[in-house]
Write a protein that binds this ligand. Structure first.
Ligand code: GDP
Ligand code: MN
Length: 353
């Protein structure tokens, strides 16, 4: 035994998955993170959380995307955080530049007026390219070919609970297309014409829309006046576990192209979260969408922490339930539960033995 131990200690740290390591079976899933080189340490932090809470048992690959080439430093410092495969991709120029129908002078004027109105990221050009990319293009990247599910991760996010089941497998077994942890209201000023542009799409492509008269329609999650206006509710897309084939589907991509043609990613500041969410609510049934209630998650100052007293003892979370955003004004969870006629208990997943 002593000899064995010594050998283990003198081995160089292994970065590649080794064959004798027992790894649980995987579905076709991967983490996907868009990041800048300068975010490497925040990226490593997110990885550390996910590896420790979940991925060390599965070794799902990590895919990193960037409109600039990743530096060797970024690659080395992220590769060393996991035993899993790490892949680095560059965003094609077409997916991170102005389409030729967008008037760049007007876009600049719009940014200026949003600065004056003190709208978050209102003056940022790169933020708009990012939101457009995350809305429709990221899923088309060839590194996602062959994948069934992506789990979006951002630099600097935190996971507070041990994840004792495989969320990718849950997606597959339940035939889910979209999963979220936090639902909240968007700033109206960032998307003034998004809803009218969406209604125009709905009129033209009604065959792509899930019938809103069905009892499991999610339509009422995003409107309080039966479609006259958008109630600003959206799933926060910095955490997302989604179906690659849904976002690559003709119906979703047609919606994205329709929005892109209207120019609102540049003239306003349409975020990928409302865009994904509106599509989910219009095209999917509530049975295809899951609130990952038992995944404790924090991005900036917003946190989801499981709050049910009965469940807390089983949850292995470090977060304080009192800090959870779920039932705070501005959250859309109550609305979601009400429309889907569900309760928290419907979302707790007990790991298979
Ligand atoms: P916020 O969450 O809305 O405050 O926006 P973030 O700054 O966190 O950006 C969202 C995601 O896009 C994160 O994964 C960022 O790393 C990434 N991101 C934002 N801007 C850029 C950019 O200009 N280039 C690259 N490569 N990634 C970006
Ligand atoms: Mn962020």
């Amino acid at each position: 035994h002593i000899v064995l131990k010594e050998q283990q200690h003198s081995d160089p740290p292994s970065v590649a998955p080794t064959i004798n390591e027992s790894i649980l079976p995987r579905v076709k899933g991967a983490f996907v993170a868009l990041a800048r080189n300068r975010e490497v340490h925040a990226m490593r932090s997110s990885m550390r959380y996910l590896e420790d809470r979940f991925n060390h048992k599965y070794n799902y690959p990590w895919i990193f995307l960037n409109e600039e080439p990743f530096t060797e430093e970024f690659k080395n410092l992220t590769r060393s955080m996991t035993k899993a495969e790490t892949l680095y991709g560059q965003v094609p120029v077409d997916h991170w530049s102005y389409p030729d129908w967008v008037n760049q002078t007007l876009a600049k004027e719009c940014r200026q007026s949003m600065i004056e109105k003190e709208i978050v990221y209102g003056g940022s050009e790169s933020y708009r390219h990012m939101c457009r990319f995350q809305s429709g293009f990221f899923v088309l990247h060839p590194l996602l070919d062959g994948l069934d599910y992506y789990w979006r991760v951002e630099p600097g996010v935190k996971f507070s609970c041990d994840i004792e089941y495989d969320p990718f497998r849950v997606m597959q077994e339940r035939d889910l297309k979209y999963g979220f942890t936090i639902a909240l209201k968007e700033f109206y000023e960032t998307i003034p014409t998004l809803w009218d542009t969406t209604l125009d799409f709905v009129r033209r492509y009604s065959n792509y829309i899930y019938p809103k008269s069905n009892s499991d329609s999610l339509f009422q999650v995003i409107t309080n006046d039966n479609g006259l206006s958008y109630n600003l509710c959206h799933f926060w897309s910095n955490f997302e576990i989604g179906s690659v084939s849904f976002l690559r589907s003709e119906r979703y991509q047609a919606y994205f192209r329709h929005l892109d043609a209207a120019g609102g990613f540049f003239y306003e500041r349409w975020g990928d979260a409302p865009v994904h969410s509106i599509a989910v609510a219009l095209m999917l049934s509530s049975k295809e969408v899951h609130w990952f209630y038992d995944i404790g998650y924090k991005h900036d100052n917003f946190e989801h922490c499981p709050t049910e007293p009965d469940w807390l003892v089983h949850g292995k979370c470090y977060c304080d339930p009192l800090t959870s955003f779920d039932y705070v004004p501005g959250s859309c969870i109550t609305k979601y539960l009400q429309v889907t006629n569900t309760t928290v208990n419907d979302y707790i997943i007990t790991p298979a033995e």
